[in-house]
Design a protein around this ligand. Structure first.
Ligand SMILES: [Zn+2]
Length: 164
């Protein structure tokens, strides 16, 4: 596995079957006890080594091969930073995201830099000839409202490094 791409589902705090098909790991949230928890998707990361057999997690158009897809279950109804909808990403979810990404980085020897651990938004910027161009996950963290879109990826990577 050569990289990790971080997403939001644009759904609720609980992943549905479609979302479980799209990502290898999902970070869900239970509002009753304020806890984030990991849900494994239908496919394993290794299923994305070969994306020609139809059995892989299709999370990043133009960039699925060799890519682990991790998604925060959140941001359904998001329109912009003043209308974030009913499922804003929670700090508890971010903490679990950092922990999971640090574990995956270690397991697969994936360096923590902007080429190898990046958001779908960043992938779209780097690969404007793919259908990932213009993706907005992740341009905004409701729990960190002062971080502008161009800094979200670095912010996430710096927090992943703290876990290593
Ligand atoms: Zn995405």
């Amino acid at each position: 596995m050569k990289r990790i791409i971080i997403h939001w589902t644009a759904g609720t705090y609980t992943p549905n079957e479609h979302e479980k098909n799209c990502y290898h790991y999902l970070i869900a949230f239970n509002p009753k006890n304020n806890a984030a928890y990991q849900v494994n998707g239908r496919f394993k990361p290794e299923d994305n080594l070969n994306c020609y057999d139809g059995k892989y997690a299709a999370h990043t158009g133009g960039g699925n091969t060799g890519s682990i897809g991790v998604s925060l279950c959140a941001m359904g109804g998001y329109k912009n930073i003043t209308e974030v909808g009913n499922y804003p990403i929670r700090q508890e979810q971010l903490n679990l995201l950092y922990k999971l990404c640090s574990q995956l980085s270690k397991k697969y020897s994936i360096p923590i830099n902007s080429n190898c651990i990046l958001t779908h938004y960043e992938f779209g910027l780097k690969n404007p000839n793919t259908i990932s161009k213009g993706k907005i996950d992740i341009v905004y963290l409701p729990s960190q409202p002062n971080i502008i879109c161009s800094n979200v990826g670095d912010y996430i990577r710096n927090n992943i490094k703290k876990y290593v």
